[in-house]
Write a protein that binds this ligand. Structure first.
Ligand SMILES: C[S@@+](CC[C@H](N)C(=O)[O-])C[C@H]1O[C@@H](n2cnc3c(N)ncnc32)[C@H](O)[C@@H]1O
Length: 383
């Protein structure tokens, strides 16, 4: 595909997303119907779509064509070469389209939904702008080195032999940041042999902050794909259990555990009580994902107050269901990849107000930046 044809495809996909389709599904559906598109085309189109979505408001919040024209203007691309109407390229840019959009509110400049901006500022204070602006750009790819299989240096060398460049993360001991060829990771021997897993630095950091030294049984209560369960399995000698209210989300976990050479026992909801108590119950609760919007920018624009209220309700339910599974001297860990206080400190406060037998031992917050996503965690113990 020509660069112009890739832009035209991105325009088409952005218009489908604007009608309500999740970005990943819109991209997959498009690719399925576009057999002529090679893997490099698909990757370039995906980058265009995600770049436009991340900065949708500051690019003027128009239709697909308008977003791509504005993105091209912002990036300083040759718009006349890309939009020339030849072959499958989009039609030439008209005079009225050539003005770069200038957002008029701080929320728009920071690409945060207007309704959310007051909550954003209240939650993040003087870091509000930085946390939003960090998410206007692409996220780096981070890998967790499976220390059971290799040291970080050995993992880096194995990746290098497959042409994948990495550098060590500044403060997460298990983490490598991919600097070259991130798209090759899944084809590399290091990935196939379970030496590395894809996992954001913030998730790795969160697992490392859990005081699991004397734990013998750890439950990942909201395990989803199982990334945290696998990280615990690598770092501790404890027995690791994984649960999710939607068991289909755990479907890849057995293969990932086998690749990593660890054992993770899945527990169905109706069997949780039989397996309790656990020394640590880690609740990676469903949340707005407001600290990971670089990776899922369409979620940023789909969030509304009703959805946020529903998530807050679910977070309370998760804590309430998980707490009775913790042993008397055990720990309940509440975590989200959100930066909104309503989902973090306030969620924990609501829980401790309702269940005064619990107290907060520590709480930590990461703001999204070049070193990883946003993340919150609170460690709770019984009084
Ligand atoms: C943020 S995701 C977890 C991501 C996962 N820990 C990982 O590292 O990939 C939240 C998960 O919580 C699950 N969930 C939602 N409500 C729940 C509940 N009441 N009990 C247990 N799991 C729940 C969802 O199905 C979802 O998979």
């Amino acid at each position: 595909m020509t660069p112009g044809a890739r832009i035209a495809a991105a325009i088409e996909i952005l218009d489908i997303i604007a009608q309500g389709a999740p970005a990943e599904r819109a991209l997959t559906t498009w690719a399925r119907n576009a057999r002529f598109a090679g893997s490099k085309d698909r990757a370039a189109i995906r980058d265009h779509v995600f770049d436009a979505l991340r900065a949708k408001r500051s690019l003027g919040d128009g239709d697909g064509r308008s977003l791509m024209v504005q993105l091209a203007l912002r990036e300083g691309w040759d718009v006349d070469a890309l939009f020339n109407g030849e072959g499958h390229a989009p039609a030439a840019v008209e005079a009225h389209e050539r003005h770069a959009f200038a957002p008029t509110t701080e929320a728009a400049r920071c690409d945060v939904p207007e309704w959310l901006w007051p909550l954003w500022v209240e939650s993040l204070g003087d870091k509000a702008k930085a946390a939003a602006i960090a998410q206007q750009n692409r996220a780096s790819v981070f890998l967790r080195v499976n220390l059971r299989r290799a040291s970080r240096d050995e993992a880096a060398a194995a990746l290098a032999s497959d042409g994948i460049g990495t550098k060590v993360h500044p403060f997460v001991a298990t983490c490598l940041q991919v600097t070259d060829n991130p798209r090759q990771v899944k084809q590399s021997n290091a990935f196939r042999d379970g030496v590395v897993e894809l996992q954001d630095a913030a998730s790795q950091w969160a697992v490392a902050q859990v005081p699991f030294n004397s734990a013998t049984r750890i439950l990942d209560f909201c395990a989803g794909g199982g990334g945290k369960a696998l990280a615990f399995a690598d770092l501790t000698i404890a027995e690791i259990y994984a649960h999710d209210i939607a068991p289909q989300r755990l479907v890849d976990l057995p293969a990932r555990a086998e690749r990593a050479g660890v054992i993770v026992t899945q527990v169905a909801t109706n069997q949780l009580k039989d397996h309790a108590p656990f020394d640590i119950v880690f609740c990676d609760a469903p949340c707005s994902g407001s600290g990971t919007w670089r990776r899922t920018p369409d979620a940023k624009w789909r969030l509304d107050q009703t959805r946020l209220d529903d998530l807050i309700q679910s977070q309370g339910e998760v804590l309430e269901a998980a707490a009775p599974l913790v042993s008397d001297d055990g720990l309940l860990v509440y975590a989200t990849c959100s930066v909104l206080s309503a989902e973090n400190h306030a969620a924990v406060q609501r829980f401790t107000a309702r269940f005064p037998g619990w107290r907060v031992e520590t709480s930590l917050q990461r703001i999204p930046d070049a070193d990883g996503d946003g993340f919150f965690m609170a460690v709770l113990a019984k009084q």
